[in-house]
Design a protein around this ligand. Structure first.
Ligand SMILES: Nc1ncnc2c1ncn2[C@@H]1O[C@H](COP(=O)(O)OP(=O)(O)OP(=O)(O)O)[C@@H](O)[C@H]1O
Length: 451
């Protein structure tokens, strides 16, 4: 039980804290101009904070009767570490009043992995909070511009840990940026498709080789923002709202189409895909708006100018594209729209209107690929007769490499990762994910709800 006893002068306080196995939850520093040892930070929810007796800026004079003026912070920490039971501090309280707390109400999604033990800049590694990309953190204090205090959402332990602030993390990541920039997303020209499978389900053209589609070179690099944190808020779809757009991302040949097809046939009333636009002439067996929406080259180009396409490309002098309106029309039928796109497109879809949920389909290990894909055919790679070919070792390696690059470059945009090892299991995981998406509460960017 902490005590609070006044001594000689009013301004000096003697306080006693009983130390159990948990750390005190405070950091100290030497105030350079005066040489005084002061409390630098109180970890929210820690023992010192809960006692309410120690505050940031308090000057530390003695620990257990030992004067600390001429001691370094490391030596003082040593004294504290060796102390058991009650510890007595003699302090001169700081004059600064604590600002009223507006803390604990802000939640962020971490967009990078963080290990304080690897961070040379953190003032106290033991006080750091480690987290993984995608974790939801509750911000407990932003008093310090460089080091925020946070805890994992839902963690029963009230003690906060230090994390780099958004501004600080952005600055140091920006300095490291050139390394990231040199890595193109596509690993070979053969697979350099500007758009891809969204077209396949409704396209009957067996000769189409999507590797012929080209995308703008600049699209293969994502230079825009440095992913650090995103403020999020809980969201649960209301009955009268559209379903969230489901975006599927994955390397060529991973089985995205197969999974999408299985979902569609599992409930044709509930799931839908977009109808692509094309400028190629309609064939006799085709109907406008079924296989494709057939439009003129001129109109297509105007639509491109007006940003009406999510993705588009050219093949054999004809344009093909997925329009934003085609997504809207699936959603308007009160269906879940399944869309697969190149990962660099995802950020353009992250709007209040679509509230996309992004699923990354990842290949298993190369050994499992060899085993599971024995009878599979890679549709994007065709022989001279236009028939799909069995997978080669090279295809497997490219699939794995491409998945790694996608994950490192766009992983912060993925809500869920499903490994397509055994098809039945991957499908069942996908189905569960969809069911949860429709009923459970999920964390979404605050900008989607309060803009
Ligand atoms: N888990 C799996 N086990 C075995 N075969 C699979 C699995 N997933 C997909 N396949 C097979 O792999 C082949 C490629 O799948 P699919 O066409 O769906 O890939 P994709 O990611 O859409 O790539 P592409 O863009 O080349 O079409 C198909 O023959 C499919 O049946």
């Amino acid at each position: 039980m902490p005590d609070d006893i006044d001594e000689e002068e009013d301004s000096v306080k003697i306080i006693r804290l009983v130390k159990n196995r948990e750390p005190l939850g405070a950091t100290i520093k030497k105030d350079e101009p005066t040489g005084a040892v002061v409390v630098a930070r109180i970890m929210r929810g820690g023992a010192a904070d809960r006692s309410g007796l120690i505050h940031v800026g308090d000057e530390l004079r003695e620990v257990n009767g030992i004067p600390v003026e001429d001691k370094s912070p490391e030596e003082i920490i040593q004294i504290l570490a060796q102390s058991q039971g009650a510890i007595t501090f003699k302090i001169i309280p700081s004059i600064k009043e604590d600002t009223p707390s507006k803390e604990g109400k802000m939640f962020i999604k971490a967009l990078f992995d963080y290990d304080p033990n690897e961070d040379k800049a953190i003032p106290c590694k033991e006080a750091g909070l480690s987290f993984k990309k995608g974790d939801i953190l509750q911000i407990m204090s932003q008093d310090d511009a460089t080091w925020w205090q946070a805890k994992h959402e839902g963690d029963a332990n009230p003690r906060a840990g230090l994390i780099p602030s958004k501004h600080f993390q952005e600055r140091r990541l920006a300095l490291r940026r050139p390394e990231i920039l040199v890595q193109p997303l596509q690993v070979s020209n053969r697979k350099s498709s500007g758009f891809r499978r969204s077209f396949r389900l409704s396209r009957k053209d067996k000769k189409t080789n999507k590797s012929m589609y080209e995308c703008k070179k600049s699209d293969q690099y994502d230079t825009a923002d440095v992913p650090t944190y995103e403020e999020v808020t809980p969201y649960r779809r209301q009955m009268n709202e559209n379903y969230r757009l489901v975006v599927l991302v994955g390397p060529v040949g991973v089985g995205l189409n197969e999974l999408k097809r299985k979902l569609l046939i599992s409930d044709t009333q509930h799931y839908g895909v977009t109808v692509p636009h094309t400028t190629r002439p309609r064939r006799s067996q085709e109907s406008d708006g079924v296989e494709y929406v057939f439009i003129s080259k001129h109109l297509f180009e105007t639509d491109v100018q007006n940003n009406k396409f999510i993705e588009y490309g050219e093949y054999k002098n004809n344009y093909y594209g997925t329009s934003i309106d085609s997504v809207r029309s699936v959603l308007a039928k009160n269906k879940v729209c399944l869309l697969d796109v190149q990962p660099h497109t995802v950020k353009h879809l992250r709007t209040l209107e679509f509230k996309p949920y992004v699923i990354f389909i990842k290949p298993p290990s190369i050994e499992r690929l060899r085993e599971t894909r024995k009878n599979a055919k890679i549709i994007s790679s065709r022989d001279e007769q236009g028939a799909a070919k069995p997978f080669t070792e090279e295809d497997f390696k490219e699939m794995i490499k491409s998945a790694q690059i996608m994950e490192s470059q766009y992983g912060h945009l993925f809500d869920k990762t499903i490994v397509n090892d055994d098809l039945t299991m991957a499908f069942s995981e996908l189905k569960t994910t969809f069911d949860r998406l429709e009923t459970d509460t999920h964390w979404v960017p605050v900008s989607w709800l309060h803009s």
